[in-house]
Design a protein around this ligand. Structure first.
Ligand SMILES: Nc1ncnc2c1ncn2[C@@H]1O[C@H](COP(=O)(O)OP(=O)(O)OP(=O)(O)O)[C@@H](O)[C@H]1O
Ligand SMILES: [Mg+2]
Length: 292
């Protein structure tokens, strides 16, 4: 039988310029569950200098080993180690292969070995890109990142990029790579405005010829005493209502970042049942929205 061409790989930028809305929580726990559900080749990219996604799932000791091996996002942008915090390599050359910079987080014992969940760990060294004003200096770095993601699309079925909260060079890189933007919003009075600002920013970016598709997910919904006014405004908005997932993510202790646990919420022994059914509903919707 003739080999079928590979279905296109969605690249989901989990993005909101607002901090603390749940970008990392969703990149980790929802995408880990999506991976188990679809049983495909999934890649997580920690694209935030705070590298909370990496800290969520990898212990400090293991991270130090990976950093020493230059197995981080910095090597995607430039050849590691970083020469200086204020200079950028002029001709950074081709990007590394995915296997050189990723770490395997999960795999199934009964599927082919490439069906796995990989992470490109984060790195504080990429913070320098938010301190350099001259875009032309950064242009080769962006090209290298975009080439890396384009290469990854050939060998993965889904890519999730956990973005940093500022509207920085990194945001531009992620937006140019993205086919979808997953926007977590908290049900607070500023979130509608934040969503409008983000959407205007994306629509106005001349370099985004094909605009990524917006998907909104409410995060941090209270299970009791919930004031639904923001949610109602969001759902009845002609632009954003249809883009908003029907299922929201509730506030849960199991999803809270805690010093005592490194790993995914849906793997947490004795606790996972508190969040897994709700995450499953979101995963089903995401699978549909991403055509997986
Ligand atoms: N549904 C939830 N239930 C409980 N805690 C949550 C939930 N969502 C997020 N949190 C907690 O809120 C804090 C911020 O979440 P998170 O780090 O995911 O946000 P973020 O958008 O990635 O933040 P940043 O903008 O700093 O990258 C974390 O301590 C996280 O554990
Ligand atoms: Mg984050």
């Amino acid at each position: 039988m003739a080999k079928q061409p590979k279905a296109s790989c969605p690249v989901v930028a989990v993005l909101n310029m607002k901090g603390g809305v749940g970008k990392t929580t969703i990149s980790a726990h929802v995408f880990r569950h999506l991976y188990s559900h679809i049983r495909k080749r999934v890649l997580l990219v920690d694209f935030d200098p705070q590298f909370n996604l990496t800290q969520t799932v990898i212990s400090q000791a293991n991270y130090e080993k990976l950093k020493a091996e230059s197995r981080t996002i910095f090597s995607v942008m430039e050849s590691a180690p970083a020469s200086s915090i204020f200079t950028v390599t002029k001709n950074p050359g081709p990007p590394p292969s995915l296997s050189e910079v990723s770490v395997k987080l999960r795999h199934f014992s009964n599927t082919s070995p490439e069906i796995n969940l990989l992470l490109v760990p984060g790195d504080f060294d990429i913070v320098k890109y938010s301190m350099i004003a001259d875009g032309s200096v950064l242009s080769p770095v962006k090209d290298r990142f975009l080439k890396f993601i384009a290469n990854c699309k050939q060998e993965r079925d889904l890519i999730c990029i956990d973005c940093n909260p500022s509207s920085s060079f990194m945001t531009l890189c992620a937006l140019e790579a993205a086919t979808h933007i997953l926007v977590p919003v908290r049900p607070d009075r500023y979130s509608m405005l934040g969503l409008k600002i983000l959407n205007n920013f994306v629509q106005g970016l001349p370099q985004l010829i094909k605009k990524p598709e917006l998907i909104v997910v409410l995060n941090g919904v209270k299970t009791s005493g919930y004031d639904a006014s923001v949610e109602n405004a969001l759902r009845s908005d002609p632009d954003f209502g249809p883009q908003t997932l029907a299922n929201s993510l509730y506030i849960s202790k199991v999803l809270e970042a805690s010093v005592g646990y490194t790993g995914f919420a849906t793997d947490k022994r004795g606790q996972a049942w508190r969040v897994t059914p709700r995450i499953s509903l979101i995963v089903n919707e995401l699978q549909q929205a991403l055509g997986l």
